[in-house]
Design a protein around this ligand. Structure first.
Ligand SMILES: [Fe+2]
Ligand SMILES: [Fe+2]
Length: 176
């Protein structure tokens, strides 16, 4: 048993440490877990809604089309910046955070497009809610309301926070 432990530890350190590319193990710029999970759940619920059939299923497919590309761009550009909120609030600023400056500028520049995409998503979601209500699919209607709230949360909290993060990192690195 005791001879197995060093081997197990080596395997563990390989998995945890050396098995990952350098920036994956070190970069603090990563999507906070609750946000990653929320996006994943919305996708799963949308996939379920698309199986609902009838007008509801068709409307859910329209929502899927409106969302296509949008979630991916958020997950690539916006959400990882939010991983810096916690260290920044604790006064921790490191050189590894520097890419956040360019990322946040890109968010600012793409903000009008994100908002336009949200308007298209919102229209599709309204259709989904009314189809689901008409067909008595209350779970899908609830999902539609959650998705609308999610987009609103992004507009008034998450997008602005992602932009502020980059500005804060830039100012803190300049002062170092
Ligand atoms: Fe989102
Ligand atoms: Fe969004």
């Amino acid at each position: 048993m005791s001879r197995l432990i060093p081997g197990a530890l080596l395997a563990l350190s390989l998995t945890v440490g050396f098995g990952l590319p350098a920036n994956a193990q070190e970069s603090p710029i990563r999507i906070p877990e609750p946000i990653r999970i929320e996006h994943e759940h919305l996708h799963q619920d949308l996939a379920e809604a698309m199986k609902a059939g009838g007008r509801t299923g068709d409307a859910a497919s329209q929502v899927q089309q409106a969302l296509s590309g949008h979630f991916e761009e958020e997950n690539r550009l916006v959400m990882p910046l939010l991983g810096l909120l916690e260290p920044l609030a604790k006064g921790r600023v490191t050189e590894q955070m520097r890419p956040a400056v360019a990322m946040s500028r890109e968010v600012q520049q793409k903000l009008p497009r994100f908002m336009e995409e949200h308007r298209a998503i919102h229209k599709a979601v309204e259709q989904l809610i009314s189809a689901a209500e008409a067909e008595g699919k209350s779970q899908v209607a609830d999902f539609g309301r959650r998705l609308a709230l999610h987009a609103q949360h992004e507009e008034v909290v998450l997008y602005p926070a992602a932009i502020v993060v980059g500005e804060r990192v830039e100012a803190a690195l300049a002062a170092k």
